[in-house]
Ligand binder design. Structure first.
Ligand SMILES: [Zn+2]
Length: 131
C-alpha cells in the first residue's frame, strides 16, 4: 500500500489485524554507507589533518553500529504495538508467541497509555465440526 519511495511498508498484524508500518530493509543500504564514510572521513581530517589508515577501524565500527541499529529498528517495528504479536517468534515457536501475547495483554490492562486505545479485535476460535 505504501509508495515506492518510502522506507516503510504498511501491513496488518496477523493476530489482531491492526494496521502498522514495518521497515522494508533490515540492513545497510547505499546511503547509510555514504553517511558512515562521510562521518569517518570528516573525523579523520579533523583529528589527523591528512589521509590516515587508522580511520579504517573507525569506518568498520561505524558500519557495524549502523547495521546493528537498523536491524534492531526493523526487528522492533515487526512487533505489533497493540497486541504484542511477534511474527518471527511465531514462525519458530507458536506457543512462545502466544505466551508473549498473553503477557503483553496482561501488561496492557494495567498500562494507562492504553486506556483510550481502540479495543483489540481478537480472532474467533474456529470450532471443529463434529460431523
Ligand atoms: Zn496485533
Amino acid at each position: 500500500m505504501g509508495d515506492k519511495t518510502s522506507s516503510k511498508l504498511m501491513c496488518y498484524c496477523a493476530f489482531c489485524k491492526t494496521p502498522h508500518r514495518i521497515y522494508k530493509k533490515k540492513g545497510l543500504g547505499f546511503w547509510q554507507f555514504v553517511v558512515a564514510l562521510t562521518l569517518t572521513v570528516s573525523f579523520m581530517w579533523s583529528y589527523w589533518n591528512s589521509w590516515n589508515l587508522q580511520a579504517i577501524p573507525l569506518l568498520l565500527l561505524s558500519l557495524f553500529l549502523s547495521e546493528l541499529i537498523l536491524h534492531f529498528r526493523w526487528r522492533l517495528a515487526l512487533i505489533c504495538r497493540q497486541c504484542g504479536f511477534d511474527p518471527l517468534i511465531y514462525k519458530k515457536s507458536p506457543r512462545l508467541a502466544a505466551s508473549k501475547v498473553k503477557s503483553f495483554l496482561e501488561r496492557r490492562k494495567k498500562d494507562p497509555r492504553f486506556l483510550l486505545a481502540p479495543a483489540i479485535k481478537f480472532p474467533k476460535k474456529i470450532k471443529s465440526n463434529p460431523l
